[in-house]
Design a protein around this ligand. Structure first.
Ligand SMILES: C[S@@+](CC[C@H](N)C(=O)[O-])C[C@H]1O[C@@H](n2cnc3c(N)ncnc32)[C@H](O)[C@@H]1O
Length: 771
């Protein structure tokens, strides 16, 4: 009989791993039966399932034998003769492994496949508690040389705009070059890792360990504090298991003592370096007792073996010579080599962001708080200036990142009512992030329902990188917390059903909109409402403004309190929400459903940089997108602007459409900053007066209107490929803007001209426009 070519190919693949045919045959048979002869599953990832099944069988057999010896019972092996072909011995927790195996076969019974390969990740957390991320965490300690030697950079391209009373106000800033340099000399790049001795570190005081790895509060108390001092000479040169990689372990808690030889088992600080010069080091810190009574540090050997085993199983690395230490060393090497090769300034900044992400992400993934969907966690980059401040700064920055993710929990279940009681709108962002490089041709990075493409027919620039988020993210200190209890029956419509719009009796949400819904059945803003909104911007009078008794913006400027310039009152739209009886298809839920039109980011030909356009014709009153960014307190905006340098782009918008209160607290005076976190709206350019978009504040989750959604709707029909623009409300006669923003909007009503061709413009006393 001609051998099946697929079987033959499987033998060949296994042979390359040192597994003989007679070992492959019975396992392959079982697999084929279990997978219903679905070869695709078996062939996937270079026969990973098959290889694992063979190993699994081997392990089972070893375990059986152990048990047999132990029980002194006579038992026939069901499939004799399998021996591990790999060079590396695999030591496992047998029980866990059996369950967590990607192809959890009971080869003795040919029983069902409990976990299919693709599902492995889902099962791991429960099945191997505390194991999943172990060994993945290069914790940034004080000794991380990236911090000290490689990374001196300034915030790059940080753009800021602040909205004036009815528009943007800005502080332009320059892109500063990133000064990150790795050693230029090629000879510094050694092919081998060398022993390194950490140089004396400056005293930076006490660094709480929990700052690096946040612990659940119950455990915090028991966690010791790690002190890093200038005199931490207690470095050990450890030659781990005759490996080509040399290790250095230091006893960080051994302050001020002479170097002491400690057993491998009690290392607390493992460093892997790129060479003896230690240009790049990876540091692994571990509190010697993890704050748990009875905890003993495993030996380095055990950790490495377990990690290698994990790499085999979880990361599908089948190379029998694979070594975790080599992997980490290679990573250090990459830093050195890429730094040397990188001549282009821009490359350096982008690459560094990625490298830091590699280092930081695992720290966050490994938070013992657990429970987060680590697959979806997006970790902000820590800015260079935080890295070179001090190593303490590094740890602070890492903590910040963790804190942000802790805040990410969206719903706090209220057990007494069974409702989602307290709802935090989004997660905590940090300002200290670096832009994320754009991947592929979708500027949304897959975050929106539909892809948003980009095109540049003018030059060879690619869109700037930033962190795409379809929802606002809250920065620390901003008072944005929603609770269902804030919404009473007069501010929602619990008795409505499916869609509120067709109802002949206006519901509470319609009443909040002035007695009728703002949206038509086609999902457009009704013309009368829209025209009122446009008129309020185009023809403001004194009564169109709120005047704060104590303006939060003026308060920030310091000095003698100045009178408020006024904040333009805007009509709000109130959308239905969770306490309403209708569902997501309700016609009074437009903005919350997100972007539905076809948009494209493109390079403008007038020199305004990138812009946004619609690929389709849009009718008047259509919702285009929300202005999305970080929700900041104005205090934070002020801080960011103070730290910014001149020359960048403007991305900040003040949420002042309802500043009618005399007692607006500092944490309630909010702003959206789309510099780091943003959606596609950050590409919309300004146009004086006759822009085709208008901002309308939309209340969705909360009747408290100091926070609201900043939604952009068309003011008229828009042609396909016509640029979408919006009037930032810039006061070109104001001192902050006149020099820095040269308006290229091309409108015949452009306010940036001293005298318009056809009109003579002057400002109203409140900063609005009058013809
Ligand atoms: C919110 S961003 C808009 C997107 C931006 N063009 C880009 O390339 O990322 C605002 C910045 O775009 C530029 N910009 C927007 N409207 C402009 C206009 N009418 N004239 C000149 N520059 C404009 C300015 O640099 C401004 O700071």
């Amino acid at each position: 009989m001609v051998p099946n070519p697929k079987v033959k190919a499987a033998y060949v693949a296994m042979r390359s791993l040192g597994i003989s045919e007679d070992k492959v045959k019975p396992v392959l048979k079982k697999l084929l039966r279990l997978y219903d002869k679905n070869w695709e599953l078996i062939e996937e990832e270079n026969y990973r399932v098959l290889a694992d099944a063979i190993f699994e069988y081997d392990d089972n057999k070893a375990a059986d034998e152990k048990r047999k010896n132990h029980n002194e019972e006579e038992e026939e092996p069901i499939m004799p003769g399998l021996q591990r072909p790999l060079k590396r011995p695999r030591h496992r927790n047998q029980e866990n492994d059996l369950i967590a195996s990607p192809c959890n076969l009971d080869l003795r019974t040919g029983g069902p496949v409990l976990i299919r390969p693709k599902q492995e990740e889902e099962f791991l957390p429960q099945l191997i508690p505390n194991e999943r991320n172990k060994g993945k965490v290069p914790i940034m300690s004080k000794g991380l040389s990236i911090n000290e030697m490689a990374y001196q950079s300034q915030r790059k391209d940080k753009g800021v705009i602040g909205r004036l009373s009815n528009g943007f106000h800005q502080k332009e800033i320059t892109s500063e070059s990133n000064t990150f340099h790795f050693p230029k000399d090629k000879h510094l790049v050694s092919n081998q890792l060398d022993l390194i001795k950490p140089k004396d570190e400056p005293f930076i005081g006490e660094v709480p360990l929990e700052g690096i790895l946040p612990e659940p509060s119950s455990r915090r108390a028991s966690i010791g504090r790690m002190k890093i001092t200038s005199d931490v000479p207690a470095s050990l040169h450890l030659h781990g298991r005759n490996r080509e990689t040399s290790l250095l372990a230091s006893q960080t808690e051994n302050h001020g003592c002479e170097p002491a030889h400690v057993p491998l088992e009690s290392f607390t600080n493992l460093e892997i370096a790129s060479s003896s010069l230690g240009e790049v080091r990876l540091t692994l810190n571990c509190n010697s007792n993890l704050g748990r009574p009875g905890y003993h540090l495993p030996s380095l050997d055990t950790v490495l073996k377990t990690m290698e085993d994990k790499c085999l199983k979880s990361y599908k690395i089948l190379d029998p010579n694979f070594s975790v230490m080599r992997l980490m060393r290679d990573m250090c090497q990459c830093f050195v080599e890429l730094g040397n090769e990188c001549n282009d300034q821009e490359d350096k900044t982008t690459d560094m962001g990625q490298k830091l992400d590699v280092l930081l992400k695992p720290v966050l993934e490994n938070t013992p708080n657990g429970g987060f969907d680590t697959q979806n966690l997006h970790v902000p980059f820590i800015t260079p200036d935080h890295f070179h401040e001090s190593s303490q700064g590094v740890e602070k920055a890492v903590t910040k990142g963790c804190a942000r993710n802790v805040e990410r929990t969206e719903f706090v279940h209220n057990f007494s009512t069974g409702l989602h009681g307290s709802i935090s709108p989004c997660f905590q962002a940090t300002s200290y992030v670096q832009h994320v490089p754009l991947k592929g041709d979708d500027v949304t990075n897959g975050e929106e329902m539909a892809k948003i493409s980009w095109i540049n027919e003018i030059d060879d620039q690619v869109p700037p990188s930033f962190y795409y988020t379809p929802e606002n993210v809250v920065f620390e200190g901003a008072s944005v917390r929603f609770t269902l209890s804030q919404i009473n029956d007069t501010t929602c419509c619990p008795s409505c059903w499916f869609d509120c719009l067709p109802s002949s009796v206006p519901c509470a949400c319609a009443c909040a909109n002035g007695g009728e819904f703002v949206y038509s059945v086609r999902g457009l803003i009704k013309e009368s409402f829209l025209d009122e909104c446009i008129a309020a911007v185009h023809e403001p009078t004194r009564r169109s403004y709120f005047y704060c008794q104590e303006c939060p913006l003026e308060r920030l400027k310091g000095g003698a309190p100045k009178a408020c310039n006024g904040h333009l009152k805007r009509k709000f739209i109130k959308e239905c929400w969770r306490k309403c009886g209708c569902n997501r298809c309700c016609g009074n839920r437009v903005v919350q459903r997100g972007i539905s039109c076809s948009l494209q980011v493109f390079m403008t030909s007038e020199g305004k940089g990138w812009g946004l356009r619609s690929l389709d014709i849009l009718p008047k009153g259509a919702f285009v997108c929300e202005y999305i960014g970080e929700i900041l307190t104005n205090l934070e905006v002020h801080k960011r602007n103070m730290n910014a340098t001149e020359g960048g782009k403007m991305y900040q918008v003040i949420l002042d459409s309802n500043w009618d209160t005399t007692s607006l607290k500092d944490d309630e005076a909010l702003c959206l900053d789309a510099t780091y976190y943003a959606n596609v709206s950050r590409f919309i350019n300004h146009r004086c007066y006759d822009a085709n978009l208008i901002e309308i504040p939309v209340e969705v989750e909360s009747p408290k209107r100091h926070y609201y959604h900043f939604a952009l709707f068309t003011t008229r029909a828009v042609q396909a490929l016509e640029e979408l623009t919006w009037d930032y409300g810039i006061n070109f006669e104001g001192d902050t803007l006149s020099d820095t923003f040269q308006c290229l909007c091309g409108s015949k009503f452009c306010r940036n001209r001293k005298t318009s061709e056809r009109f003579s413009w002057h400002r109203s006393e409140h900063g609005g426009l009058k013809m």
